[in-house]
Design a binder for this molecule. Structure first.
Ligand code: BGC
Length: 290
């Protein structure tokens, strides 16, 4: 693997969120890793990361691996129902423990992540055009481009707005994860009658059957990442161009009290992990305002 490529994040810099000083959901401080020591190939004998795995893991939840030593996972392959391959190609395994392909993070163990090595997620980006009362597309006053809106959720773990993504279940096709996560998040919050719900379900199924636009596939610079466990995702855009499908999802646009809403696609809206980057790619693809 070319180290110049593999240690760079989306913006061309080494991962940043994966080195956040305080590990999320804990009081654990990461061992500080300067930019020039991220790459594993840099010899650094002084490196002594804290070893941390969330105490929840001792209860052996179904979504998590046991400790290394008590089971023998097959890394870099589809291991039973669990996909342990990385979108980044083969990752190194040292003394039976996988190494983060984007380099050091200042924390060993799994932290909050269930799987050793890659933890696969999927992100459905559902969009519609923003329209006025007459149903005409709204152009942004500065860029003069039409404005897209996407379905956002407020994450329970950190309170940040995000694409309604989630983890791929063992053996699950990513296409199903995309629809399942979207339906769980967007439909469960609705106070709709059973017949309205059935209609929406049908529309969602139809939209998710369409090919969609694959926005991103790969490593995510996520604050939960560790030296031995990291997030990867596939983000796909499903766009209701004509506005007569899921565009009618009755989510409260602009209402901050809600947990799900239609949000204008705009560079100034802060989002979780690298979700903002995904939306930028969607806006570009659809020739929309960013
Ligand atoms: C989230 C995804 C996100 C991924 C990587 C998952 O927990 O549900 O939306 O892309 O983590 O940050």
């Amino acid at each position: 693997m070319d180290s110049n490529v593999s240690y760079k994040g989306l913006s061309g810099t080494p991962h940043v969120k994966a080195r956040c000083p305080q590990y999320p959901g804990s009081k654990i401080k990461r061992f500080p890793v300067p930019d020039d020591k991220v790459n594993w190939s840099q010899n650094w004998p002084q490196y002594s990361p804290v070893n941390y795995t969330d105490p929840l893991m001792t209860k052996k939840p179904a979504w998590a691996d046991p400790d290394i030593g008590t089971f023998s996972p097959s890394f870099n392959s589809v291991d039973g129902a669990v996909d342990r391959t990385s979108f980044d190609g083969n990752y190194k395994v040292e003394k039976g423990i996988p190494l983060n392909p984007h380099g050091r993070t200042g924390l060993a163990g799994r932290g909050l992540l269930g799987r050793w090595g890659p933890n696969h997620a999927a992100d459905p980006i559902v969009t519609r055009w923003k329209v006025d009362a007459k149903g005409e597309k709204v152009n942004h006053p500065v860029t003069k481009r039409p404005v897209l809106q996407f379905v956002a959720i407020k994450r329970k773990d950190c309170g940040e707005w995000a694409i309604p993504g989630g983890m791929v279940d063992p053996g699950e096709q990513v296409s199903l994860t995309l629809q399942r996560e979207f339906s769980e998040e967007a439909l469960n919050s609705l106070s709709a009658s059973p017949s309205e719900r059935a209609k929406l379900h049908e529309r969602i199924t139809k939209l998710f059957k369409s090919p969609g636009f694959q926005v991103f596939k790969g490593y995510v610079d996520d604050p939960r990442n560790t030296d031995n466990a990291w997030m990867e995702t596939v983000a796909v855009n499903f766009h209701d161009d004509s506005g007569n499908s899921v565009s009618e999802l009755p989510l409260q646009a602009g209402d901050d009290a809600g947990q799900v809403k239609w949000v204008d696609v705009d560079s100034s809206f802060a989002l979780y992990a690298n979700h903002s980057h995904f939306l930028e790619l969607v806006a570009k693809e659809r020739k929309a305002h960013w």
